[in-house]
Ligand binder design. Sequence first.
Ligand code: PMP
Length: 305
Amino acid sequence: QYTWPKYVWMNGSIVRWEEAKVHVFVHGLHYGTGVFEGIRGYYDGGYMRIFRLDDHFKRLFRSAKILHMDIPYTLEDLVKATIDLVKINQFKNDIYIRPIAFRGLGSFGLRAKNPVDVAIIALEFGKYLKPDGIKCTISSWRKPSPDSVPIYAKLTGMYVLYHLASIEAALHGYDEAILLDSEGYVAEGSGENIFIVKNETLITPPVYDDILEGITRNTVITLAKEELGLQVVERRIRREELYTCDEAFFTGTAAEVTPIIEIDGRVIGDGRIGRITRKIIDLYRQVVLGRIKKYENWITSIAIE
Ligand code: PMP
């Protein structure tokens, strides 16, 4: 499915793909004690435009802090490592960048503060979900309450839940799962934040609920308010509101802005990409390619030889 890249950045150096290995006894493998990110780069006529690189690494450091994890590099080190990696791999297509930091080799005690391994993988990657609209189902797997797992952090171990929800959705013939929070309100997709449109207003669950504070979510809120003059309300959403909204879409680095056209057998709107969703998709595309001056500071451009 993927073409593996030639090189990976690992613990301070660039190594060949085949050499980017860890031991079976690393703590992160056994207990899910890792934090990670997902970042996109868009290939644009000789340049790779990386979207909100700093913001993603900032979230990585926040996630690590919650796990008592000291990443032995600075944000600047990791930004530079990413740029070096993209250059040396000479990508000529859109890419997905996956930084990961996890507890490495040492003790297998639960409280072990083993040295932290850090790697950055970048690989060519196209669409994640169908851009013309997807069919979703409410998962039988619930998000835990925020006092049982730190949902604010992007933790590797947390993704067992999303793995189960995603497989369940696929088994039942849907493209993606929507998870409810511990109190039964709409939370997010297995790897995306969710928005609905009702009477020209965007509604999305608030960050104090059981959701990841998505960077695409933040981008879309900013663009909707500042460029499209839309009202954006952050509040809880009930399941029935999902079924009866005018439009619905997911946001995420991998998913970008993906229209949702059906939920549990209810057609959303007229079953096609909604008018406001379409505007947001088009605007998002312009922004990630660096075409809108006001948002150029979100882009790191790398010349590819
Ligand atoms: N929620 C979850 C559970 C995710 O895994 C992701 C992907 N990182 C998102 C939301 C969207 O976040 P972002 O826009 O920062 O990619």
